[in-house]
Design a protein. Structure first.
Ligand code: ATP
Length: 521
């Protein structure tokens, strides 16, 4: 069902103009996407909602729009040149590449492993496993440590599992360890085909480019892999020009680029994406308190914009998972059809960034407390994507209703899709639908449409039966459909239909904007 759901969503996104493959007429470009007429509205609405909550409504946050291209020294100071690398494995057989930190998850969730485990189920004693390795295992998984050298592997397992007994074996854990190249016993099998993966290598995830048209004198730099560094290097500029005092934050929305090893799951992981980042500068003694504050604040934002609570969680990073600069970090995760996965990371970055940029640039990047004492502020960083939350909002709003919601005739009871997007996010707020394509009606409808469009995004649609037009609007999440019928010419009223309740109401044309303002603002 889940993969199926993703396929339906990808197809709806293309069919209705939310998201297309980038440069599709040339066969596309690996994991790059374009946002179509509805997608750009939805994306803009997400960014607007974030900016409103994080910047506009607060007194302690200001905005910034820094350049994508920065002096390459920025990336040395930030640690990205030396450290923004992911070890990755390649499969010599199917040519796929896998990130080191994801390999075991991929193995466990991969079809190849699941079918292997099924085959092994029942062979739980060491003798059974030995026999399996010598026979069936040879065909199915020739590179598994257990198959290559069963005696060594089994005795190694029994050594590390002091309580190794036939009965209390944690089978998954046990097999997981055999799969690993423990003590160099065997290579890690490919999660997709089971072939031995080659030794891991690492590559820098930054996309590089050069500035200056003449190759010989061009300066190498990078497309930013996060917007955050543009904020840190402007710390003094903002502090001095906006006369703010700590605690305060600088927020920025913009494109980032990463040469991801395993892009995928539609717009979940791409090489070009957008981020909404806040760097909130605090006194070191208050960092823990502010970290907790932002965790709650950010989780609430997703809930208020309509994501079901049960599909969201905060996951705290374990010590060995933390980035080298981070004191603590928790991710906001969404239950995607493919897995629980990150929408946003909220980290306590300590004073790492300002210290580094201070050191590399020679500038003094610090603040003073009430007694005039200098200190380097700590940074709390809620760092969200735009594309991943967009996918989560979309999936969470998606509902299929069987048996015909808008149609009553037996012959037409097809499954209908309703996109229950929050009112602030819906790309089109209002549809204007003249009941018939008669000039009297269409003229009035177009007049109304013109008025409505002064305030909200709206679509005028006169094509097809009214039921079909309602369905087209439900599918893209339009909040209200206004129908203009022959009676409208007499009583100067229109029918307003609500997307979620399907309740209809007659409202006077003269009062329409006031009525909608109340509903939409
Ligand atoms: P992951 O572990 O999934 O690679 P990350 O921890 O590297 O993510 P951050 O550096 O914390 O991600 O970036 C903050 C946010 O930016 C992420 O939560 C995500 O929403 C977004 N983001 C990061 N990388 C990508 C990408 N390749 N495609 C789309 N969005 C991304």
């Amino acid at each position: 069902m889940n993969q199926n759901l993703m396929e339906k969503i990808v197809s709806l996104c293309k069919r209705r103009g939310f998201i297309f493959r980038s440069s599709e007429i040339y066969g596309g470009l690996g994991s790059c996407y374009d946002y179509g007429p509805l997608g750009v509205e939805l994306k803009n609405n997400i960014k607007k909602a974030w900016w409103k909550k994080v910047v506009q409504e607060r007194e302690d946050v200001v905005g910034l729009d820094s350049a994508i291209l920065l002096n390459p020294k920025v990336w040395e100071a930030s640690g990205h040149v030396a450290g923004f690398k992911d070890p990755f494995y390649s499969c010599p057989f199917c040519k796929k590449q896998f990130r080191g930190d994801q390999i075991y998850d991929l193995i466990w969730n991969g079809d190849w492993w699941q079918s292997l485990l099924k085959d092994m189920a029942g062979h739980k004693t060491s003798k059974d496993l030995f026999n399996w390795a010598k026979t069936k295992g040879k065909d199915l998984a020739p590179n598994l440590a257990l198959v290559l050298r069963p005696e060594v592997t089994l005795s190694w397992i029994s050594d590390i599992h002091k309580t190794f007994k036939q009965t209390d074996l944690d089978f998954r854990n046990f097999i997981g360890r055999i799969a690993a190249s423990a003590d160099g016993l065997a290579a890690i099998p490919c999660p997709l085909c089971g072939e031995a993966l080659s030794e891991p290598t690492s590559a820098n995830l930054m996309l590089s480019t050069s500035i200056g048209p003449v190759q010989a004198t061009a300066q190498k730099t990078y497309l930013r892999p996060e917007t955050a560094q543009g904020i840190f290097v402007n710390f003094n500029n903002v502090l001095q020009s906006s006369r703010t005092k700590i605690p305060f934050g600088i927020a920025q929305i913009g494109k980032s680029f990463r040469n991801e090893i395993t892009p995928g799951n539609f717009i979940f992981r791409t090489r070009e994406f957008e981020q909404m980042e806040l760097e909130f500068f605090v006194h070191p003694q208050e960092a823990k308190k502010w970290h907790q504050y932002w965790l709650k604040e950010r989780l609430d934002w997703y809930v208020k914009l309509g994501i079901k609570k049960e599909n969201l969680r905060l996951r705290e990073h374990k010590k060995n998972e933390l980035a080298h600069y981070a004191q603590a970090c928790s991710d906001v995760e969404y239950k995607f059809p493919f897995n629980w996965s990150e929408l946003e990371g909220i980290a306590n970055r300590g004073d790492f960034d300002l210290k580094q940029h201070g050191k590399f640039s020679g500038e003094n990047l610090f603040s003073r407390d009430e007694n005039g004492k200098k200190f380097i502020p700590y940074v709390i960083e809620p760092s969200a994507g735009v594309d991943r939350p967009l996918l989560a909002f979309f999936i969470d709003a998606y509902e299929e209703i069987g048996g015909g919601r808008t149609t009553t005739t037996e012959s037409n009871k097809e499954t209908e899709v309703v996109l229950h997007l929050h009112k602030d996010l819906a790309p089109i707020k209002i549809a204007i639908l003249p009941l018939a394509k008669k000039e009297k009606l269409t003229k009035l409808a177009r007049d109304i449409s013109r008025e409505i469009k002064r305030y909200w995004t709206a679509q005028y649609d006169e094509v097809g039966s009214i039921g079909r037009r309602y369905r087209r609007q439900d599918e893209i999440g339009t909040l209200y459909c206004l129908t203009i019928d022959f009676e409208s010419l007499e009583d100067k009223k229109v029918t307003i239909r609500d997307r979620d309740t399907m309740k209809q109401k007659r409202v006077a044309i003269a009062e329409l904007t006031g009525y909608l303002k109340e509903k939409l603002e």
